[in-house]
Every structure is written in C-alpha cells, then in structure tokens.
Design a protein around this ligand. Structure first.
Ligand code: FAD
Length: 420
C-alpha cells in the first residue's frame, strides 16, 4: 500500500486522508495553519455529499451539528418571493433530501478526530520533487525545514496553490470584478421576512444579497467593488435588506476575491491536485467544497481500487469510470511509484481528466450562471429568468430536474460515485 502525503487540512485534504487511511494506506497531512481554519466559508452541504459522507459515518454527526434546509428560495429585492425549490422531490434520489447548513470547520473537526496525530499543524509545504521512488516534499515546520518522502502527494492546499505553482501548472480562468463581503449577524431575519427559508438568493440589479442561516449566525453576502471596513456602511447595507429600529450586531466580517479558475491539469506524475487547489468558483450555489469532497471520494476509489473492483471505504465499488482507449489514459502506463502497477496509473489519469471535466463543464457553468443571474441588470431578462424559475419550482417533474443539477446529484452520478 502506498504512503501518501497530503498538503492542507481543509475539508478536502482531511476527507481524502480519512478515505485513504481507511483503505489501509499510511497518510501524513501537513497543514500550514496552527489549527483548523474557522473562516466563514462553506456552509452548504448538498445531498450527494451527505450520501457519500454517510458511507464513512460522518454524515450523521455532521447533521447533528447543522440545520436541515429542505427548501431554498429565490427572491427579488423589489418583488419578494420568486420560487421555493423543495428537495422533497428528491426523496427517491437521495437519503438526504435537503441541504445541510453547517460550518465547514465542523466537518474538518470530525475528520480530524479520525486522523489524530497524522495531521501536522504548523507544517508548510514549500516544494516538491519527484524521482523513480516517488515524491520528496520540502516541509517547513516548528523544528525547521525537512524532507518528507512518499509515494504520492495530494495537493489540497487550497487556492494559493504553492504546489501547483511549484509545478508550473497554470490556473486558468478569471477573477470577477465583484468581491464578496460576508457579514455575520445575530439579527433574526426570519422574524422579519415572511416565509424566509435558511438559504435565500435575493436578486437585484444593483446589490444582490445571499442570506444564509448557519448554526452560528445569519451570513449575509454582498457583492462589493472594494473592501468595506466601516461599520456604518455595513449598517446601511443591512438596513437595506430589512429596516430595523435596532442597529444590527455584526459579529464577524470577511472579504473574499471570487474567481472561476481550473488548473491546466490535475495530475503531474505522483502529485494530484484536488479541491480548491485544482478548481475555484463563485460560491453562489455552494458547490466548491462539495465538488472537492466529490474529488476526494473519486480519488480514493482510483487509488484503492484502480481496477474498479471490490468495496473500499466509500462503498462505490470502483474507481473512476473508464472511458475507452487512447490518450485518456486507458492504455498501458508505467507502474505507479509504489509499484501500484499500471492499473493505478491509468485510474489516476482517468480520475484527473474526469474531475477536470466536472469542474469545467458542470460546476464552472452553473456557478457562473448563478452569480450573473442574481445581478442581472436587464429587466426583461431578469423577469424571464424569474418566471422560468417559478414555473420550474411549481412543477414537481421540472423541480426534480432542476434540483438534480443544483444539488450536484447529476455530477456525482455521471462519475459513477452514486448509483442513478
Ligand atoms: C464566502 C464563501 C462561501 C462559500 N460557501 C460554500 C458553500 O456553501 N458550499 C461549498 O461547497 N463551497 C463553498 N465555498 C467554497 C469552499 O469554502 C471551498 O471550496 C473549500 O474551502 C475548499 O476546501 P479545500 O480543502 O480544497 O481548501 P481550503 O479550505 O482552502 O483548505 C486548504 C488548507 O491548506 C492549507 N495550506 C495552504 N497552503 C499550504 C501549504 N503550502 N502547506 C500546507 N498547508 C497549506 C490552508 O491553511 C488550509 O487549511 C465558499 C467559499 C467562499 C469564499
């Protein structure tokens, strides 16, 4: 069994590490930070992600710490409610027909509990080189720099991409002009906006808003062109969502740059790029972390059962679906660095290509469309899109089709990670 090094203890690196450890591999995780990051980023877990996490016994404790959101809502700042999409129509498709609202660090803490001291905090991966024996990773830790050796390095170091850059892999795409200001507030929006759900996309040509209920607080996401640190401006922005005689209490604020970028390739020999290290997208629709977790399950399948047989920890009964011969990597390849043979080498090539396709052709397209629709300036186009949404939400057959995409079930099924 290979010895696998993982850069980054975010949700994706830790999911990968747990899956590989449960498949019998030895794993060492290097995390630059002192602890799991508690930055307010992902809060939405989609149904297929819960189906996958269920297989490793993580879904249930996560659900116990989160809030179930069976319905998500589209609103218009002027017109009010546009559409309610109810995941109940997915009852025959998933064991978890709802979005789970839970902070991403809660998933990380649960996974960390499985890994113990194989996760080394305050260890930053600086560089990587490869030879016939595998990968050599230069790591800066409290005791100074050292070199760790493994058969593979999984780069789950997020968007900064130290490993990706060291390998000269381009991160192709663009950065939106809008940045996102996320304000966490104790204000009870649910008492002021009738019928408000826990996940709400509120369109507006000038200033759209995303209102998300997480267990800790409401998260209010605004598009902004520059950093805003002035609490009086935050107050004005929040008063524009719901006028309150009592000033808003903002308990946290964070600014994010937003990108649509996908790495030129997800594999370079024994180095695999995964999660935000491989792809980043607009958070509208809540797909980035979910997609990274799907990368992890798919990669664990390719590494532990490269011939597509047997049951591993993810229970999917196989690695990535083979897609025929030729340059897709299905021909004979060299032995993997740990002697894993051509099967694993081939499976990893297929994994890299398939996951890149999902990032490019599914997540990038849907999240970009979501982000642009929310801020649509043309009144005619905005109205048409809203009518389309309302009609889809009102018809159970169309609502199911819509939700199969927005919940990422189609993406996961297309890869054979979950049965159709
Ligand atoms: C405002 C916002 C809201 C979002 N909401 C959602 C949502 O609801 N649902 C969703 O699916 N996604 C959402 N996302 C996206 C989601 O947060 C990311 O996709 C997710 O965090 C990616 O996980 P990751 O493990 O790949 O990377 P990260 O979470 O970035 O973790 C990478 C880890 O690697 C460490 N690291 C970095 N460099 C090194 C190095 N050189 N050596 C060692 N360690 C290193 C970092 O310290 C970090 O701990 C949102 C993003 C934003 C900005």
């Amino acid at each position: 069994m290979p010895h696998v090094l993982v850069a980054g203890a975010g949700p994706v690196g830790l999911t990968t590490a747990v899956l590989l450890a449960e498949a019998g591999m030895t794993v060492e995780v290097f995390e630059a930070g002192e602890a799991i990051s508690t930055q307010p980023r992902a809060s939405t877990f989609h149904p297929p992600t819960l189906d996958l996490l269920h297989r490793i016994g993580i879904a249930e404790p996560l659900i116990a710490q989160g809030l179930k959101a069976p319905v998500y809502q589209h609103r218009d700042r002027e017109r009010g409610l546009v559409a309610n999409f109810d995941h109940a129509v997915l009852a025959g498709d998933t064991a978890f027909p709802y979005r789970l609202q839970a902070e991403q660090h809660k998933l990380c803490e649960l996974l960390l509990g499985r890994l113990g001291d194989t996760v080394r905090f305050r260890h930053r991966v600086l560089a990587v080189s490869q030879d016939d024996d595998g990968v050599a990773v230069r790591v800066e830790g409290p005791g100074g720099p050292r070199t760790a050796r493994g058969d593979y390095l999984i780069d789950a170091g997020g968007a900064p991409g130290a490993v990706r850059e060291a390998l000269g892999i381009a991160f192709e795409g663009f950065t939106y002009e809008d940045r996102y200001l996320v304000l966490l507030t104790t204000f009870p929006f649910e008492d002021h906006l009738e019928g408000l759900e826990k996940v709400n996309y509120i369109s507006d040509p000038d200033e759209y808003v995303v209102l998300l209920r997480a267990p800790d607080a409401w998260r209010v996401l605004f598009p902004v062109r520059e950093e805003i640190r002035d609490p009086e401006i935050w107050e004005r922005m929040l008063q524009g969502v719901v006028a309150s005689p009592v000033p808003y209490e903002v308990i946290h604020h964070q600014l994010y740059f937003i990108h649509q970028r996908v790495a030129e390739r997800f594999r370079e020999g024994g180095v695999l790029l995964i999660g935000d290290a491989a792809h980043i997208n607009s958070p509208i629709g809540g797909m980035g972390m979910n997609n990274g977790i799907h990368d992890a399950f798919s990669l664990a399948g390719a590494m532990s059962r490269p011939d597509g047989t047997g049951d591993g920890p993810d229970g999917s009964g196989g690695g990535p679906k083979s897609s025929g011969g030729g340059p897709d990597g299905s021909g004979d390849g060299p032995d993997g660095p740990d002697g894993g043979g051509p099967d694993r080498d081939r499976a990893l090539d297929i994994w890299a290509r398939q996951r890149r396709e999902v990032a490019l052709e599914y997540v990038r397209i849907i999240t970009d469309r979501n982000a642009r629709a929310l801020g649509e300036k043309d009144p005619g186009r905005r109205l048409l899109a809203q009518r389309e949404m309302a009609a889809a939400a009102a018809d159970p057959v169309r609502a199911r089709e819509w939700l199969l995409d927005s919940s990422m079930l189609n993406a996961v099924r297309g890869q054979g990670l979950l049965p159709c």
